[in-house]
Design a protein around this ligand. Structure first.
Ligand code: TQI
Ligand code: ZN
Ligand code: ZN
Length: 169
């Protein structure tokens, strides 16, 4: 079953619109930005919310960046596998990914043979759930279940995820 964070925090955006921005220093290719756009779209389809990319990282509601090791927020990343990413409950908006992972991006052949590679969209869909206010679910098939196998693509929201987010929004 789905869960919320203590106190059930949620966003209350004007015009149901949340902005997201990418850390400029990461210089992400369009394929990576598109992967995040697709992940946001999955949640937009089942809520009244919409997600709009902004070029102004520092004032974006949701701030996405890849970092390695200690990056100044007290939750250092740990290299390949282990912690892949972290995101915080509303209305924090911090969305950090471990730059040391071999991220699988659709249409990108370079990670095809790396066994420990992790599917970026799968992690993004899960972390966006946290950013919007969902905790972990006990339903194994759900996006918000706290385990995923390496290389697996798990991006389709299940009834449990949809019910949870629709209670909030
Ligand atoms: N990062 C953890 C996670 O997102 C961080 C975390 C642990 C957390 N407990 C939390 C975040 C409670 C919010 C609330 O779950 S992770 C998965 C999954 C991770 C794990 O790097 O371990 C995914 C990132 F679900 F597969 F285990 C993405 Cl999909
Ligand atoms: Zn961080
Ligand atoms: Zn999680």
């Amino acid at each position: 079953h789905y869960a919320f964070f203590p106190g059930q925090p949620k966003w209350r955006p004007r015009n149901r619109r949340l902005t997201y921005g990418f850390l400029p220093q990461n210089n992400l290719p369009d394929t990576v930005k598109l992967t995040f756009a697709n992940a946001f779209k999955r949640w937009a389809e089942v809520t009244p919310l919409s997600f709009v990319e902004t070029e102004f990282y520092s004032t974006a509601d949701i701030r996405i960046g890849f970092f390695s090791g200690d990056h100044g927020d007290g939750e250092p990343f740990d290299g390949t596998l282990g912690t892949l990413a972290h995101a915080f409950s509303p209305p924090n908006g911090r969305f950090h990914l471990d730059g040391a992972e071999d991220w699988i991006v659709d249409g990108d052949a370079s990670t095809a043979t790396i066994k420990s590679a992790v599917d970026l969209e799968s992690v993004a869909v899960h972390e966006i759930g946290h950013l919007l206010g969902l905790g972990h679910s006990s339903v194994e098939e759900s996006i918000m279940y706290p385990t995923i196998s390496s290389r697996k693509k798990k991006v389709v929201l299940r009834d449990d995820d949809i019910q949870g987010i629709q209670v909030l929004y």
